[in-house]
Ligand binder design. Structure first.
Ligand code: NOJ
Length: 502
């Protein structure tokens, strides 16, 4: 069987607002991404995923889309997008874009018409509310000027579509065609387990991501993905989609990646696992047992960066663990999604002042939740320039960067063999070679306490989550290690790739 490109792909998530600003307004843009494509090629990824760059009032950083077929002037133009795709393809990089089908912006022409009483059935309006809460805190209902309430599972500026209306289906098939015709290789589907809500919108006792919840994961949603899969398959070049599916079980996740549905789904169990060999082993076994093709992700624009998540009081520990987690992730069967800045070892910025914060989570929770700005701080490219080279001029970036970003900048790390950036480059280059020779399957090896050893053909991956060094299994060669490996010992918070003996 021919192996589809996405099966083992390493995809790099670009949070466009925070990657690189070419226009000099303090906000990242498509031209900025295009200028940095050679950096991504050199890093060694296979594809990029661009977060929403569509016209939007930015009530939720662009996940509130006012026009699904355009580019917000903040990010550039459709020409900029076409240039970016052409240049990425020229470099051998694939391009994935975000599609946001659960809700639109309240500025979308359909919602504006709905407020005037036209086509209200494209959204969910009711005379009375139920007890559903917004994922961002507070009630999931806002009153329209005429007295009816509309449902929004996220911000009030993100009204949920009514997927029981066939017009919504037609619209999204057309949106997908629009971007497929422009050459995109795939889609990341926002809130893919949303879309349908249970008939009658019954009250809930628990709104977390449960299979049986009236809010999420209704069986009808699978019909949508079957239609989308047929559309993707009608285009040449293995176009694909990955779902943002939050579920409480991997068996529920597996429903989204049945052979006639999405090719991939994010596996958030991996990023939710604590720094523990038993937790890691459990997630790996459950994932490989549940889905035909796995994906692995440690960080994204919605969660605390993993360096900080794994960190203890000592920031060095967090970085050591983050590097070890990368080697472990890249050794697993399936594809890996990286989040911009993790290759620099960026931590979560935890001390953003309240007046700098932008995430609706912070405002809707009345400051009780910090929100997600801390993982969205603009990337440091250079050591000395204002905004560390994120913007060309001395303009303030849309979120302030801490002084510690200078030492973590690309310029500082480039060429320093001990840096996290050079470590990522080596890991991705070695993975590219290894993927050719290792089977998709994984076998466990006996591991000492605190550690986890597994093998895939000639490769062994060993990770030590414990507090003491452990003896490495028999091997012919240390291919790569995330920290110092001496005398056949693997230190704490370190991982290594080994070539199996014999
Ligand atoms: C998931 C996105 O990743 C997140 O950033 C956004 O706030 C919600 N979906 C709502 O669109």
């Amino acid at each position: 069987m021919d192996i589809p490109w996405w099966r083992d792909a390493v995809v790099y998530e670009i949070y466009v607002r925070s990657f690189a600003d070419a226009s000099g307004d303090g906000v990242g843009d498509l031209a900025g991404v295009r200028q940095r494509l050679p950096y991504l090629k050199r890093l060694g990824v296979d594809a990029v995923w661009l977060t929403p760059f569509y016209p939007s009032p930015m009530a939720d950083g662009g996940y509130d889309v006012a026009d699904y077929r355009g580019v917000d002037p903040l990010f550039g133009s459709l020409d900029d997008f076409d240039d970016l795709v052409a240049e990425a393809h020229g470099l051998g990089l694939r391009v994935m874009v975000d599609v946001v089908p659960n809700h639109s912006s309240d500025q979308h022409p359909w919602f504006q018409a709905a407020l005037r009483g036209e086509g209200r059935d494209r959204y969910i309006f009711r005379d009375t509310t139920n007890n559903w809460q917004s994922t961002f805190s507070g009630p999931a209902w806002t009153q329209a000027p005429d007295g009816q309430y509309y449902l929004h599972l996220f911000a009030p500026g993100q009204p949920d579509f009514n997927w029981r209306n066939p017009e919504v289906h037609e619209e999204f098939l057309d949106v997908l065609r629009f971007w497929l015709d422009r050459g995109v290789d795939g889609f990341r589907i926002d809130v893919a387990m949303g879309l349908y809500k249970a008939e009658g919108l019954p009250d809930v006792s628990d709104q977390s991501f449960k299979a049986a919840s009236p809010v999420w994961g209704q069986p009808e949603v699978h019909g949508v993905y079957r239609d989308w899969r047929r559309l993707l398959d009608s285009y040449p070049g293995e176009r694909m989609a990955v779902g943002e599916v939050w579920t409480d079980s991997l068996d529920d996740l597996a429903l989204y990646v049945r052979p006639d549905e999405l090719q991939q789904s994010f596996n958030f169990a991996w990023l939710q696992a604590p720094w523990s060999p038993t937790a890691f082993k459990q997630v790996i076994d459950d994932t490989l047992g549940a889905v035909p093709y796995a994906t692995w992700v440690l960080s994204n624009h919605d969660v605390v960066r993993h360096r900080t998540r794994y960190g203890t009081a000592d920031p060095g520990t967090g970085l050591a663990r983050a590097r070890a987690a990368l080697l472990t992730t890249l050794a697993l069967p399936g594809s890996a999604y990286l989040y911009q800045g993790e290759e620099l070892g960026l931590p979560e910025v935890t001390d953003l002042p309240a007046e700098a914060r932008q995430d609706p989570v912070f405002f809707q929770s009345e400051g009780k939740l910090p929100g997600r700005d801390g993982c969205r701080v603009p990337i440091p490219w250079t050591v000395d320039a204002p905004s560390y080279g994120f913007s060309p001029d001395s303009v303030e970036p849309w979120l302030p960067q801490p002084a510690s970003f200078a030492e973590l900048s690309v310029e500082k790390q480039e060429g320093d063999a001990d840096s996290t950036l050079e470590f990522y480059r080596r890991a991705l280059a070695r993975r590219r070679e290894l993927v050719e020779e290792i089977p998709y399957t994984l076998e466990w090896l006996d591991s000492p306490e605190g550690a986890l050893f597994f093998t895939r053909g000639p490769l062994i991956c060993a990770v030590n989550c414990g507090t003491h060094p452990v003896r490495l299994p028999d091997h012919d060669e240390v291919i790569l290690a995330s920290g110092p490996v001496k005398g056949g010992l693997l230190p704490a918070d370190t991982a290594a790739w080994l070539r199996r003996a014999g």
